[in-house]
Write a protein that binds this ligand. Sequence first.
Ligand code: ACM
Length: 624
Amino acid sequence: MKRNIVLLLLSILTCNAFAQNIIPKPVEIESLAGVFKITKATTIGAGDEESRKIAAMLAAKLKNAAGFAPAINKTGAIQFSINTTPNNKIGNEGYTLLAHSTGVKIAANKPAGLFYGLQSLLQLLPKEIESKTVVKNVRWTIPGVKITDYPRFGWRGLMLDVSRHFFPKEDVKRYIDDMVRYKFNTLHWHLTDDNGWRIEIKSLPKLTEVGAWRVERAGRFGDRKEPQEGEPATYGGFYTQDDIREIIKYAADRGVTILPEVDVPGHSMAALAAYPELSCSKNPKTKVNPGTNFAEWYGDGKFRMFIDNTLNPSDEKVYDFLDKVFTEMAALFPNKYIHVGGDECYKGFWEKDPGCQALMKKMGMTHVEELQGYFMKRVEKILNAQGKQLLGWDEILEGGISPTATVMSWRGVKGGIEAAKMKHNVVMTPTTFAYLDYMQGDASIEPPIYASLRLSKTYSFEPVPDEVDAKYILGGQGNLWTEQIPTIRYAEYMTYPRAWALSDIYWSAKGSKDWANFTKRMEAHFDRADVAEMGYSKAVYDAIVNASIKDGKLMVELASEMPEIDIYYTTDDTMPDNFSKKYTEPIEIADAQVTLRIVTYKKKTAIGHLITLKREDLLKRAGK
Ligand code: ACM
């Protein structure tokens, strides 16, 4: 009997510990005694239309995972309600959640808040709630808890690049399903680039007839073979306007607004494959690029394009074209912003173009950069005529911008600081913390890309730099460029867990960061993601390997981002395990044909990937 009481108490305690695993971390959360158990007899209460929609989402989750859907009445044991007197503390997206042994109450000022309350409620239920099929023998309990929660920032986004690889609409919906679990509210949809134009524009049919398709190529992006004369372009796809309306509605039903991006005047090779007359080069052989080496990068934002991928700012036909594009987009997307790109626009073809030179002379411009400022001001007029506001990458600052433009800071935070000081609104998406295409673990085992960004670095991000007025920082995003990402499963692998860190950063209270606490919650979400069949990376468990030369010797230091990890290694061509040498101090690599093999363990369980580095690889890392 005594043992049973102890077990019961233990189960209540561990159950209530679940309450502390919510991502993003709630602003205020207090564990209460007791649990509420959902059974077939449980009813859900929803007194109005909006609450009923949210209640139906909970019932549908239970139907899938538990095999029963509670009835939805006006009042019920799990009650969703919109506050009749607004709670001033929680704003439009906040919610309160009170769970105890006899019931659960979720209240919010607006439907978005109720939806986020539901996300927290789902995270309080056992992980099996994420199952697509019925799971037997689960106690569907919700731990006693009192939560008051609201976001730090109104803009909490993820960017999905659907140009470099096309993701069909079911994939986009899945990306939305994933992000809303973590209270992201903006999907930045990068719809056009050199490698594919993905949005149907009815008045410009060639954009998708030609621009949405490229030749199929294996191999690394940036190293692929040029399209050959007459080779059919069969790889790609696009969204019809009906598809787009369907996705906008799907997103809106889940509190997500879509920020569409058409990237101009650079990054426009797919558009130019369809309408080559819109560039300075007017090359009729322009093709949608399959990932060839078409640019040379010199670092520090300097580069040269071998192929013209830029619209001609001196040609009125370009503005007629953009007027058509943005007018159709404005009619489709309810978001007040349209993202017009503006990044990495190579000006070399403009410099040599007589039309551009004549325009510069006429306008009294002394530098070719000013042509981009001119172009963006013309684009902004087009958007404003459609009731939309311009948003662009931080390069738009360089040519001079209108006071109403919003800036997305990507080349670090400096563009954001400069823009905020000029009183522009800013969305923070710096490469240094928020680029989800970068490798998250050791370069020897991660699919290769040119830069790295570990989870702990992402988690250290503070979106409001000291020197700016916080009111200009709307929030931030994680950006997923997909040059090397061909499937939605792999898009998830690259997005999570770094987007869990970003979800804490953009939602949770400033000053609430705690790496050990975050990683504990992350591990609970690894288990939940497994049940949800959602991809994610466990690179955070892998060893961090640094090599250097000290006193003429090749030395290796190993470290782990995760607490409670033991690192074992061999240098004798045996496979390492937890009976090999345990790493405690820098390793000297002998001047011989030595291979370093490294594994990680958590409490005697192998947990990370095997990392294998030959002496010559280590020498390269040490800069030799
Ligand atoms: C960018 O990463 N070119 C915005």
